[in-house]
Design a protein around this ligand. Structure first.
Ligand code: NAP
Length: 279
């Protein structure tokens, strides 16, 4: 079986076997609510769930998968190793602790959450590679990596770097980083694809949404999909989870895509001091 065949067919297109629309779970911290959001999403058709050690909800995410009618093997499950845990022994130990909390035998994608803290490409990346050999994860990814950090990681690894998870939405379109990812054959996973709500205030997206009779969230997500980018909007309620799933029915024409190109302001909504662009 190839990686491309591991995920059940659903209405969602895939990129290298990864469903291009997933559920984000940052700040979905109430365990009962988080489990319910994950269960709801899976039963609506989602097959990709994104969590992290730092979100404090891996147990609830696992509970939601377990309670749903969808087999674990049909779900593309991603988690991330926090910056404090990026020394090699900590990578290996805490990845297994994540599996225990999630109640699964493997994850589909394991990310370096940030190139910060104990991250050292010479030692962190070989530890991630060993987790592929040990069947803890099917793929390795990085997150918040700048182009030069990504190039260095790709050069150093024998196992392919599957994805770089970065902030990307109409107000932060990241053209240079996208070009680098394409050249290096690394998928992009867009976090904060709704700019944490800021895209709803964007007049161009509001106009397109009104014209098409859809929500601004759907416009943002359809724009990302059109660009070949996977998106993981966080949504808690069934209404939001379903609204975002509805973006799969929205096709944008070239003129609309051109209008959205002009919305880029290069503005980040996730900008901690330890972000590599602040060093
Ligand atoms: P986001 O997905 O851009 O926005 C989430 C916000 O939008 C929430 O307030 C949510 O409300 C609301 N929302 C969702 N769908 C909506 C809809 N259809 N209509 C109206 N409001 C809607 O922000 P995010 O959580 O920052 O990013 C998404 C995911 O990316 C995270 O959850 C996490 O998994 C990942 N992430 C990763 C990193 C990293 O460093 N790798 C950083 C940030 C985020 P409700 O919750 O009330 O539904």
């Amino acid at each position: 079986m190839t990686l491309d065949e591991t995920i059940d067919a659903s209405d969602c297109p895939t990129a290298s076997g990864m469903p291009m629309l997933g559920l984000g779970t940052w700040q979905n911290t109430d365990p009962a609510q988080c489990a319910k959001s994950v269960q709801t999403a899976l039963e609506l058709g989602y097959r990709h769930v994104d969590t992290a050690q730092a979100y404090g909800n891996e147990e609830a995410v696992g509970e939601g998968i377990d309670r749903s009618s969808v087999d674990r093997e049909s779900v593309f499950l991603a988690t991330k190793i926090w910056t404090e845990n990026l020394a090699p022994e900590d990578v290996k130990t805490t990845a297994r602790e994540s599996l225990d909390r999630l109640g699964v035998e493997y994850v589909d994608l394991l990310y370096v959450h940030w190139p910060a803290g104990a991250y050292d490409p010479k030692t962190t990346l070989p530890a991630f590679e060993s987790l592929v050999d040990d069947d803890v994860t099917r793929r390795i990814g990085v997150s918040n990596f700048l182009a030069d950090q990504l190039e260095a990681a790709v050069d150093r690894c024998d196992v392919p770097i599957f994805a770089n998870q970065v902030e990307l939405h109409p107000r932060l379109q990241q053209p240079d980083l996208r070009e680098t990812c394409e050249r290096l054959d690394v998928e992009i996973v867009a976090y904060s694809p709704l700019a944490r709500g800021d895209v709803f205030d964007e007049p161009v997206l509001q106009e397109i949404a009104t014209d098409r009779g859809v929500s601004p969230a759907q416009v943002s997500l359809a724009w990302l999909r059109d660009a070949g980018i996977t998106a993981i909007p966080k949504a808690t309620s069934e209404d939001h989870i379903a609204d975002n799933w509805g973006s799969l029915d929205l096709e944008l024409d070239d003129a609309t895509i051109d209008r959205i190109a002009d919305v880029d302001r290069g503005e980040r909504v996730v900008d901690p001091d330890f972000g590599p662009w602040n060093q």
